[in-house]
Design a protein around this ligand. Structure first.
Ligand code: ADP
Length: 330
């Protein structure tokens, strides 16, 4: 649905986007990640035909952004970080106004406005002034204008920025419900958002592509040998962490045991297994037979945040600059 090939944008002195290539398949939600200044907005502007590339190519539904911009715009709905809403308009008036700009009219326009209001759950506020709506509702009106002409592709820039936790959940659910019918690129620097909403991720840093993969593959990439996290407790609260470590090291297949942290009800250890020798059952037995409590036993996951920092810092190091990834991952 979206094809980007060697796409490059140079401003006077800055190469904001530097030969990036990726593809997004129909119906997917893809997280577009990168530290501030990575080139996300510039890429989105090129995809939405607001900005011509310096070189390279991009196409949406088979239409080239330079050669067939009208066809591309017809197939894209864009939600900028701050939706351009006119506060003195009522929600439906605004959507009708946007619909007309998008070439809709008559019964078709009315029906599209009704459908968008329904899908974005704003039917109950459709006759209210936009200036009187909460930020969460305004964001949904912004989404409604993006899906109004039923575009194949939605490009959403930080769609949950500034919302409260309940609104964030509602907006995420709404976005998820829009996938399938729409292909979605979701730009964000909130990593849990990507983990909850997207299966695929594109990560850029300093204008360069550093990863394009599924969230699960990225996690697997960050994890070397197979490892599990074990939390061991004892009823009297006096746990000998060294004894636990020594006992776990004796379990067959275990190559190393590392103390991770002291917790309220016990201590957590990361246990690495030699590949192909996963010994979870034996680990559990070893803990219980020693008279301890087994509070938790699960695959040790590497957070997307750690992987993100690792990848963007590698890129910064390669370009000889100080890493700035941390600020984006917070
Ligand atoms: P992001 O959206 O990931 O924060 P941007 O695409 O906004 O990144 O910016 C990428 C780089 O391009 C930054 O270094 C930024 O300063 C630069 N840049 C963006 N827009 C312009 C512009 N109009 N003129 C010059 N430089 C720009």
């Amino acid at each position: 649905m979206i094809k980007v090939s060697e796409l490059t944008k140079r401003y006077a002195r800055t190469t904001a986007v530097d030969h990036i290539s990726f593809e997004v398949e129909k119906g997917q939600i893809v997280g577009f990640l990168g530290p501030n200044g990575a080139g996300k907005t510039t890429t989105m502007r090129m995809l939405t035909c607001f900005l011509p590339p310096t070189s390279g190519a991009a196409s949406v539904a088979g239409f080239d952004v330079l050669e067939q911009p009208m066809e591309v715009k017809r197939r894209i709905g864009y939600l900028p970080e701050t939706p351009p809403l006119y506060h003195e308009m009522r929600a439906t008036e605004y959507l009708q106004f946007v619909g007309k700009l998008k070439g809709l009219s008559g019964p078709d326009l009315k029906q599209r406005v009704d459908t968008a209001c329904e899908r974005c759950a704003i039917t109950d506020v459709r006759d209210k002034l936009l200036g009187k709506l909460s930020k969460g509702y305004r964001q949904r009106v912004g989404l409604a204008q993006a899906i109004l002409h039923n575009p194949d592709v939605l490009i959403l820039d930080e769609p949950t920025a500034g919302l409260d936790p309940k609104q964030i959940n509602e907006t995420r659910d709404l976005i998820k419900s829009l996938a399938g019918d729409h292909t979605i690129i979701l730009s964000t620097h909130i990593l849990p958002e990507v983990e909850q909403t997207c299966k695929q991720v594109i990560i850029i840093s300093k204008g360069k592509l550093v990863a394009t993969d599924s969230v699960s593959n990225l996690r697997a990439r960050g994890r070397g040998a197979e490892s599990v996290l074990v939390e061991v407790g004892s009823r009297d609260g006096a746990l000998d962490a060294i004894a636990v470590r020594e006992r776990l090291e004796k379990v067959s297949g275990v190559s190393s045991v590392t103390f991770r942290e002291k917790r309220q009800n016990g201590s957590a250890f990361e246990v690495e297994n030699r590949k192909g020798a996963l010994a979870r059952g034996e680990l559990a037995r070893a803990v219980v037979q020693a008279g301890w409590d087994l509070n938790e036993l699960r695959p040790a996951s590497v957070s997307l945040e750690e992987i993100f920092l690792q990848l963007t810092q590698e890129q910064s190091a390669a370009s000889g600059e100080e890493p700035k990834a941390k600020e984006a991952a917070q």
